[in-house]
Design a protein around this ligand. Sequence first.
Ligand code: URA
Length: 213
Amino acid sequence: MRTHVVDHPLVAHKLTVLRDENTDSPTFRALADELVTLLAYEATRDVRVESYDIVTPVAPTTGVALARPRPLVVPILRAGLGMLDGMMRLLPTAEVGFLGMIRNEETLKASTYAERLPEDLSGRQCYVLDPMLATGGTLAAAIKFLTDRGADHITAICLLAAPEGCARLEKDLEGLDVPVTVVTAAMDERLNEKGYIVPGLGDAGDRLYGVVG
Ligand code: URA
């Protein structure tokens, strides 16, 4: 597994405002959207393209377009939805599949409660959107789900990551014969006893969409 922390002043600034507890939901959503677009630029460096011929007003030349099958963008519900528009801005012709995963707050174990994805993901590059790589359980389960269906290239885009989550991913995905890359805006210090990232930004779903009782 490869981890890429995007080191850029605009990324750091947007992340700082996201972290601030005084940032309201509308601002949080708008900034998360912008931040994802910046991360997506880095995350799509290896997106598969194929060449095709065009004619400019001056001369024929060869350009590139996204290869088929199209990449699949997979937001993990619910908080990953807040990253979808920012990602699709850069990959408007990608397809989108949905994966609902929930973390039991006591056991911290992840389970799937909904999915809307093609049965066969052979030859697909998948971009998984999950804002917080905390314990790593949810992301590891999502990646296994996708590779079990044949996905052969996985990039996870996370606003924030914790070292514990990265270590867990490494361990859970050991032996997986599919390249996995995590692209994130920052590697934070640690998890607290409740599994929250420190210093983090709190509960990403709540910050995006408000608290669900
Ligand atoms: N999920 C969140 O939304 N925030 C954390 O800090 C950890 C998991």
